[in-house]
Design a binder for this molecule. Structure first.
Ligand code: NAG
Ligand code: NAG
Ligand code: NAG
Ligand code: NAG
Ligand code: NAG
Ligand code: NAG
Ligand code: NAG
Ligand code: NAG
Length: 489
């Protein structure tokens, strides 16, 4: 069996080969949530099976570090059709080809760097071959279906025979494409993404509508989830479409399942060194973007991460990246102050007073996006996955614990929704229907302040490691990059 470091090195070499051959950047590792995303490597030749197998094996190594347990039992928290038709178009660097497949294409994008816009900032459509993102299959105008569990998936247990998908007309599908991307950071891994034909864009109120009704992990499936006592079988878990509607119905876009608050800790952020894929969007942890707590709210203060875990990629229009400075465009938080009054936390860089016994809270911005920069433009790229973090300081654990509710996408109050990769972009083709925006939501905040409710499970070459620092050191021996300066608020 090849060591992890060696697998990484061989894949780096393969990626470099792909880049040279095509004269275009290799596909990003980071696929849109629900979808691999790559800059098209100009329709790469189908890989030798062993190459696809090596990439799949590299993505699916059993390395789970400080990954969240989002509930106290193994369950499916979301699973349904996200969007249709744009996974596997014949040439995703050609606007006409992408639009003919009913994908969108962003208009008038210029990069402040002066460089040509990377393909991923123009469209979410992908090439047919996605082996560099760990999908061992050929996609043909497929649809995207992310399945998110409460506990991390044991990556080596993923197989293309674990899932059975039931459509709204009663027919069933065994999807040929399954992978961890883009949810592959070592402290993520709760979602897998399935690609196949699952439906169409006709809303459920109209005849001929086809979408996903039920997702199940079949009896006897190899798929496992990892809890505090180790791997458990996922066989038999199922999830029924909670709205009974299509993602092409009004306001039936992606939803946030959990908003979980814990102390900021970036052990387990990112992927292995050397990387198995380009690092466009990394490092993107709260510490990478904002640094560690600097004492500004006093000696009992600390920096916290409110992790938002959602059912399908969330970007402003389905294509353009979510920028770290956009907290107040989409979200606000509610807290209960020392007098029992509700406090609305709706701006970054503002210290909100909660009364003397509690102290104060200040939101710094968002993380688990892409890398920290001084400013952001439409050429910014992120990891397009199923997680966003609100990074905040609290003057005491009690102040942190006063947070009660995440208010998201309150369009009535002027806030903006977010879209999965099937969204309209800024220049939708007239007459074509795109996937719908996220509905307004109020999400109770789950406090994980004393016990962060995470799990570490690393099977390195047959040796089991459950200490997060020890596993992180084994898989990422290179020193972590110096934290970027905090972006101007
Ligand atoms: C894996 O095992 C091989 C052979 O026992 C050894 O040479 C290699 O260093 C090990 N790799 C890791 C990451 O433990
Ligand atoms: C990838 O798919 C090919 C063709 O279906 C198959 O021959 C190969 O064994 C697969 N590799 C892995 C690792 O699943
Ligand atoms: C894909 O489209 C681009 C843009 O039109 C073009 O330059 C490229 O040659 C096409 N690739 C293939 C393989 O046809
Ligand atoms: C694109 O959408 C239009 C309008 O709904 C539809 O007529 C056409 O068949 C769709 N094309 C594809 C390739 O799905
Ligand atoms: C699953 O993958 C295997 C190769 O690993 C392949 O032979 C088989 O056709 C795939 N099954 C489906 C349903 O795509
Ligand atoms: C924040 O909420 C307060 C009310 O609590 C309101 O007066 C203020 O305009 C809001 N600010 C923003 C930026 O929405
Ligand atoms: C792109 O720029 C052209 C020319 O200025 C303008 O007509 C068009 O409306 C712009 N499109 C978008 C989506 O901004
Ligand atoms: C959210 O919290 C409120 C107040 O504690 C409670 O009444 C409500 O049932 C909670 N909602 C959910 C979905 O847990």
């Amino acid at each position: 069996m090849m060591s992890i470091t060696k697998v990484g090195f061989v894949l780096m070499t393969l990626l470099a080969t792909v880049q040279c051959q095509d004269g275009a950047p290799a596909p990003n590792a980071a696929a849109p949530a629900g979808a691999p995303a790559p800059d098209n490597a100009a329709a790469p030749a189908p890989p030798a099976p062993d190459m696809a197998g090596m990439f799949a094996a590299a993505y699916n190594q059993d390395i789970i570090i400080n990954s969240d347990l989002f509930s106290d039992k193994p369950e499916i928290l979301s699973g349904g059709l996200g969007f249709t038709n744009i996974i596997g178009v014949s040439n995703n660097t050609d606007e006409a080809v992408v639009r003919a497949a009913n994908g969108t294409w962003r208009a008038n994008v210029t990069c402040s760097s002066g460089a040509p816009p990377p393909g991923r900032v123009l469209t979410s459509a992908t090439p047919t071959t996605m082996y560099t993102t760990g999908y061992n299959c050929t996609a043909d105008n497929y649809d995207g279906l992310p399945v998110c569990f409460s506990w991390p998936v044991l990556p080596s247990s993923i197989s293309n025979t674990s899932f059975l998908i039931t459509l709204s007309d009663g027919s069933t599908v065994v999807p040929p494409c399954i992978g961890m991307s883009p949810n592959f950071e070592f402290n993520e891994r709760q979602c897998v993404v399935l690609f196949a034909k699952f439906g169409n864009r006709i809303p459920s109120t109209e005849p001929g509508s086809l979408f996903v009704s039920r997702v199940e992990v079949v009896q006897g499936a190899s798929l496992k989830l990892v809890g505090k006592s180790g791997p458990v079988s996922a066989a038999g878990l199922s999830f029924d479409n909670p709205t009974g509607k299509s993602p092409y119905d009004d306001n039936n876009g992606p939803v946030i399942m959990v908003a979980k608050l814990s102390k900021l800790n970036d052990v387990g952020e990112g992927i292995s060194q050397p990387p198995i894929a380009p690092q466009t969007a990394f490092p993107n942890s709260g510490i990478a973007l904002y640094g560690a707590y600097d004492g500004s709210l006093g000696p009992d203060g600390d920096r916290y991460r409110l992790r938002l875990f959602y059912s399908g990629g969330m970007t402003p229009d389905g294509v353009m990246a979510f920028q770290p400075t956009k907290f107040a465009t989409h979200f606000y938080l509610m807290a209960t102050d020392a007098d029992g009054q509700e406090v609305r936390i709706n701006a970054t860089g503002v210290e909100y007073d909660l009364g003397q016994q509690l102290g104060s809270i200040q939101v710094l911005g968002m993380a688990d996006t892409g890398v920290g920069q001084d400013s952001y433009d439409e050429c910014y790229q992120e990891d397009y996955d199923n997680y966003l973090d609100v990074i905040l300081d609290a003057s005491s654990p009690e102040a942190a614990a006063s947070l009660t509710t995440l208010m998201a996408f309150q369009t009535d109050e002027g806030y903006s929704p977010l879209y999965n990769p099937g969204g309209p972009g800024n220049d939708p083709t007239p007459g074509v229907r795109y996937s719908s925006p996220s509905p307004p939501q109020s999400v109770n905040i789950t406090l994980a302040l004393d016990d962060p409710m995470v799990v570490t499970y690393c099977n390195l070459n047959g040796t089991l490691i459950t200490d997060p620092e020890a596993c992180a050191a084994a898989v990422a021996p290179a020193p972590t990059p110096a934290p970027a300066p905090a972006p101007a608020a």
